[in-house]
Design a protein around this ligand. Structure first.
Ligand SMILES: *[C@@H]1O[C@H](CO)[C@@H](O)[C@H](O)[C@H]1NC(C)=O
Ligand SMILES: *[C@@H]1O[C@H](CO)[C@@H](O)[C@H](O)[C@H]1NC(C)=O
Ligand SMILES: *[C@@H]1O[C@H](CO)[C@@H](O)[C@H](O)[C@H]1NC(C)=O
Ligand SMILES: *[C@@H]1O[C@H](CO)[C@@H](O)[C@H](O)[C@H]1NC(C)=O
Length: 346
């Protein structure tokens, strides 16, 4: 008897729990709709009907979402948390919301969004986090957000938005970006290029108005020509850094070092070879010049010597044959040679 009563009361309690509605909310069972908006709530009401598809929690004072905050309403498709005091979300806050399609977090105090947060929402289509204090979004998601079509991040503190993040949302068609602190330097060039393609393909955006640097303040990112971006400092590739580390050694060390550098990265080789290369080339050139000069001089000298010997012999022979007159013909041309020439036969 007692056991039966206990069973009956617990069944009644369970039925009440399942079909009940939190005191502070209005439940529309026929449309699976719960409206808990504007009730001064500081937390998610604990006893939400599990079959609900829409949960309105806007205009409350909820400041924190713990992990698995919505585990009791796993079928939710629409969740509105707009105009609360959210500054902190547990990374697993939305865990279990496999079917959520619309998430509205506008008008809160969020500072950043973690990558893990996005991972729990595979079916999301519309994601609004406008009017928060977000200064940081993940650089990439690591997986594609296949069904996302609306992303709204206006009215935040964003300076930069990575191209990789946008590339992980291939179906986005509406992108709201205005009123952030966009820093239009080289790092925003990826966003500019992505947006150009996005608009070309029919996407809609409210645009990116630069906040800094002063030269571009108030200008539309898309209207600044590519060439006017200050070049980003080049990111040194790891090999370059390591050869940089070698560099002082090779500078203070002696001659054997440069050949070692040849095995380093192409970039550094090019840089290092620029100086040592001309030297061996010049040296070779000099050696070649000396050799050629030597050979030419040698040939000229030998020719001259041969000519001299020939002339000498010829003169001697003619002197022997004709006597004085031949010696006299030689006299004006080579006065020094005349003496031995004439003295030889004497
Ligand atoms: C935000 O919610 C508060 C109540 O918490 C309400 O007084 C205020 O009007 C709401 N603001 C907007 C913009 O709806
Ligand atoms: C969320 O709540 C706001 C009011 O704060 C309302 O304007 C907006 O339409 C709601 N969005 C959805 C999807 O219910
Ligand atoms: C979110 O709520 C705001 C009002 O607070 C509304 O203007 C906006 O359209 C809503 N966005 C989505 C995606 O529901
Ligand atoms: C995207 O939406 C379609 C249609 O609703 C659905 O079949 C698909 O599973 C969704 N993609 C993901 C990753 O959930």
């Amino acid at each position: 008897m007692e056991g039966g009563l206990l069973l009956l009361s617990s069944v009644i309690f369970l039925l009440q729990g399942a079909c009940g509605c939190p005191e502070t909310c209005f439940c529309h069972s026929s449309s699976n709709f719960v409206d808990c908006s504007h009730q001064g709530l500081a937390e998610i009401p604990p006893d939400l009907p599990p079959e609900m598809l829409t949960l309105l929690l806007q205009d409350n004072q909820i400041h924190h979402l713990p992990a698995l905050a919505f585990r009791t309403v796993p079928r939710l498709k629409t969740l509105n948390l707009s105009n609360n005091s959210l500054s902190e979300l547990a990374p697993e806050a939305f865990h279990g919301l496999q079917h959520l399609q619309i998430l509205n977090l506008t008008h809160n105090s969020l500072l950043s969004l973690e990558r893990r947060l996005f991972h729990s929402l595979p079916q999301l289509r519309e994601f609004a986090v406008s009017s928060n204090n977000i200064s940081h979004l993940p650089k990439s998601l690591g997986e594609t957000w296949e069904n996302l079509t609306v992303l709204a991040v206006q009215q935040n503190q964003l300076q930069h938005l990575s191209r990789e993040l946008l590339e992980s949302m291939p179906r986005v068609r509406l992108l709201l970006l205005q009123n952030n602190l966009w820093k239009c330097n080289c790092h925003l060039l990826g966003l500019k290029l992505w947006l150009e393609m996005f608009i070309y393909e029919g996407g809609i955006t409210d645009g990116v108005i630069c906040e800094s640097p002063d030269t571009w303040k108030g200008k539309d990112l898309l209207k600044i020509p590519h060439e006017l971006y200050q070049p980003c400092p080049p990111l040194p590739p790891p090999e370059w850094v390591s050869s940089q580390a070698h560099r002082p050694g090779s500078e203070h060390g002696e001659a054997p070092k440069p050949p070692e550098d040849h095995s380093q990265s192409q970039h550094h080789v090019a840089e290092c070879e620029a100086k040592p290369k001309p030297r061996p080339a010049n040296l070779r050139h000099a050696v070649a010049t000396v050799a050629i000069t030597g050979v030419v001089c040698g040939i000229v000298c030998l020719t001259m010597l041969g000519a001299a010997i020939y002339g000498f012999t010829y003169a001697a022979i003619t002197a022997q044959g004709h006597g004085r007159p031949s010696a006299q013909t030689c006299q004006p041309g080579k006065p020094g040679e005349k003496e031995p020439l004439s003295s030889l036969p004497a």
